[in-house]
Design a protein around this ligand. Structure first.
Ligand SMILES: [Zn+2]
Length: 687
């Protein structure tokens, strides 16, 4: 499917109605100039607004207007129990992070990142921590529901500044250690990752500040998934994490429904339940329903088999390992995240691998086709992933052949545009004659289902509410719509609508044993992170979006101060705007305009004013000619003038000796010549 076109100026398909004209139009009449100047300014304003809109979905807290928290209109002076979603209350449930605060204590539940950010140079986003910084001394720990990145990926950025222990199940803590080990940037001095493994099977309760915390096992798509129970002085809060009720999980570790029912009997003040798939009727099929499909495909495959899946889906990898061993095949792993997670899983006893089962990916080329299963990353066609490189023929060790089989054991993540990428990858496989099995087409490909979701469906979401019988209900980890459906479901399951809240990020949910209401808002927002792990300012990203949309034109003018004449022909540097060699006439006209601008204005106004006017003039001219508004950077070098330092027109040289204005002018000229050469060398397209 084509990506949605959100640009109001541009018809779908990305083509403009007005293609650039190579015949320059003369700018003659004053009225005409004014009219098109207005249009140019409006066009530029629209470009900036577009960029603001795109980058502005991800503003940090300082850029968001936050109402001051309203004074609590309550008479008692008891400490209040506050629950605040700093992330996860919007979008598809990403950068999940909730704060529970009472008196001088606070704990943070989950600390994820958002991998679905589609902005130039941005790898992912994390939640803004301005509010956490203000309550830093209260925070006693981070409690993590499970080891998916949208629940732990923010930790390497956020935890060091707070430096408290991280609590979670054994597998979850293994994942936390793994992402700290693999994090690209050094940790600040004095920071040491402190973790506490909690047993999710024995219902152990740990005191963290004034809170008692317990983990309860749930089924999801990663081992060690838990629901978090927080007993506060006001009442019990439950955060479900991500869950489903799989009656027959591959590791036989079912959701601990006995404990859930007990908790319900003991009383739950607030249930915060995940909302990923609250519009999916019925129940999610068991993970074990896909086992036979893999066995069947392996039975019939004549060549090598490649299975792509999410690297954290350890139980599914184990199932594939079992099937491969059963068929006398050996397994090669490919993909850094997969190898890293499976190493951790084996180390912590979450996988059982018969000796000699794994072989290095480099040895696959020398093995008999019938002996090989490759388990790899790239089921979402992520760029540079193992499977993606195989599809384009860029893989170092694997060249796909017509008898090979590729199994995609996942479905494209919704709202990401991954479906189009997966489609292109599948095209490449089919062109090579490779057999492809996908979950979406399993019925026509004569195989069984190849993927099941790790999230429940409506019946399961309802069942969670039935078991826990909470007084208040707040859906979490989902966008407004998904949470709205979840509230409707809760109402059907007996929760009074007045006891539910479709809460937004930053809202302070204030709880007493009898009431739940929103009391103000705290600073919240999104912080963008690049490929190196460094934080990127939204201002920078807005410029990148503008550059991507409109391109850049730099105009370099060298002007003799005395005469006000151009000393060289104007240099024009264009990036992502138009290809100048194909638009010679336009460029000649452009140079003519620049000469005219210098002749008419340079001696009449001061330099800053001249630059501003020049920028305006160029923007106007280019819009006239091309209906585009690139970013315009005017560079004006004035040669031969006095350097007005010390007010004396004379500047001290490096060694303290004074230099004459002539010497300074020469020096300036030399420096400028160097800079000009550097600029020109950079760009083959400069003319
Ligand atoms: Zn998850």
């Amino acid at each position: 499917m084509e990506k949605k076109n959100n640009n109001p100026r541009r018809p779908a398909g990305g083509q403009r109605q007005n293609t650039p004209r190579t015949q320059p139009r003369k700018l003659t009449t004053v009225a005409g100039k004014n009219a098109s100047r207005g249009a140019a300014i409006r066009a530029q304003k629209r470009s900036v607004e577009d960029a603001n809109r795109r980058a502005g979905q991800y503003l940090d807290a300082s850029a968001q207007r936050v109402e001051r928290p309203k004074r609590a209109n309550v008479i008692d002076d008891q400490p209040r129990l506050k629950v605040i979603g700093l992330g996860g209350m919007d979008g598809g449930g990403s950068k999940n992070m909730l704060v529970i605060e009472y008196g001088n204590d606070a704990i943070v539940l989950d600390c994820g990142n958002d991998l679905g950010v589609d902005l130039p140079g941005i790898n992912y986003a994390i939640a803004d921590t301005t509010y956490l910084d203000t309550i830093k001394n209260k925070i006693k720990g981070f409690v993590i529901t499970h080891g998916h990145l949208d629940h732990i990926g923010g930790l390497p950025h956020i935890l060091p500044g707070i430096n408290v222990p991280v609590y979670g199940s054994r597998f979850t803590i293994g994942r936390v250690e793994e992402i700290f080990e693999n994090f690209g940037l050094p940790m600040p001095d004095g920071f040491e990752l402190k973790t506490v493994i909690m047993n999710e099977t024995t219902h152990e309760r740990l005191k963290i500040g004034q809170f008692f915390v317990e983990l309860v096992r749930v089924t999801h798509s990663i081992p060690g998934s838990t629901l978090v129970v927080v007993d506060t002085p006001v009442g019990r809060i439950v955060d479900t994490g991500d869950f489903r009720f799989d009656p027959n999980p591959l590791d036989h570790e079912r959701t601990d429904t006995e404990r859930l029912k007990e908790l319900g009997k003991e009383g739950v003040l607030l249930l915060m339940s995940e909302s990923t798939t609250t519009e999916r009727p019925g129940r999610t099929p068991s993970e074990s329903t896909i086992e036979q499909s893999f066995i069947d495909i392996m039975d019939g495959a004549e060549g090598r088999i490649f299975v792509a899946l999410f690297s954290t889906n350890v139980n599914r990898v184990q199932m594939i390992v079992n099937a491969a061993v059963h068929h006398g095949r050996r397994i090669a792993l490919d993909g850094r995240s997969l190898v890293s997670t499976l190493e951790m899983a084996v180390r912590n006893g979450f996988m059982k691998i018969p000796k000699g089962t794994f072989v290095p990916i480099a040895s696959v080329a020398n093995m008999q086709n019938q002996q090989v299963v490759v388990v790899c990353t790239g089921s979402q066609a992520e760029s540079n992933s193992a499977l993606q490189r195989m599809s384009t023929g860029d893989h170092k060790h694997v060249k796909l052949e017509s008898k090979d089989t590729v199994i995609l054991s996942s479905t494209p993540i919704p709202y990401t545009g991954n479906d189009a990428l997966v489609r292109v990858m599948v095209d490449e496989f089919l062109r090579k004659g490779v057999h492809v099995y996908r979950h979406e087409s399993y019925l026509i490909d004569n195989c069984g289902p190849l993927h099941v979701s790790g999230h429940g469906s409506m019946e399961e979401y309802g069942e969670m509410i039935d078991m826990l019988k909470p007084k208040f209900f707040v859906p979490i980890y989902g966008d407004y719509t998904a949470k709205k459906y979840h509230i409707d479901l809760a109402v059907e399951h007996g929760i009074p609508r007045a006891n539910t809240l479709n809460s937004e990020n930053g809202q302070v949910i204030s709880l007493t044993p009898k009431s739940m209401q929103v009391e103000g808002e705290v600073p919240h927002g999104t912080v963008l992170v690049d490929q190196t792990g460094a934080i990127v300012s939204t201002v920078v990203v807005k410029d990148r979006v503008l550059l991507a949309e409109e391109g850049l034109v730099a105009v370099v003018l060298t002007i003799d101060k005395k005469s006000g004449q151009l000393l060289t022909s104007p240099d024009i540097i264009s990036r992502g705007f138009i290809y100048m060699k194909d638009n010679e006439e336009l460029m000649n006209a452009f140079r003519g305009e620049l000469r005219r601008a210098v002749a008419q204005r340079f001696k009449r106004v001061d330099l800053d004013r001249f630059k501003a006017e020049l920028k305006d003039y160029v923007t106007h001219f280019l819009y006239e000619q091309t209906q585009r508004s690139p970013i315009v950077i005017p560079v004006v070098n004035v040669i031969g003038g006095r350097v007005e330092k010390n007010g004396k027109g004379i500047e001290s040289g490096q060694n303290g000796q004074t230099r004459s204005p002539q010497e300074l002018a020469l020096e300036q000229q030399r420096r400028f010549a160097q800079m000009r050469q550097r600029l020109l060398n950079q760009d083959a397209r400069v003319d």
